[in-house]
Write a protein that binds this ligand. Structure first.
Ligand SMILES: [Zn+2]
Length: 66
């Protein structure tokens, strides 16, 4: 009953397309859409805010309670 063909929706261009089990760009409709999605991913990754204030870590070694 399996025909090997499925329909999916491309996450990038939101287009319905037919894929088969050997489609190299799953779940995207094409290499282009896959690269676009990958590019956005990488872009997001580069935009991770890395602005933690440079607060020096002080070890509690001058604790003179005893
Ligand atoms: Zn697409």
């Amino acid at each position: 009953m399996s025909t090997g063909k499925q329909y999916g929706r491309c996450p990038t261009c939101n287009k319905r397309f037919e894929w088969d089990s050997e489609s190299p760009w799953r779940p995207f409709c094409s290499e282009r859409c896959r690269l676009i999605d990958l590019g956005e991913w990488l872009d997001e990754g580069h935009r991770i805010p890395d602005k933690t204030p440079g607060k020096p870590f002080l070890p509690p070694e001058d604790d003179d309670t005893y």
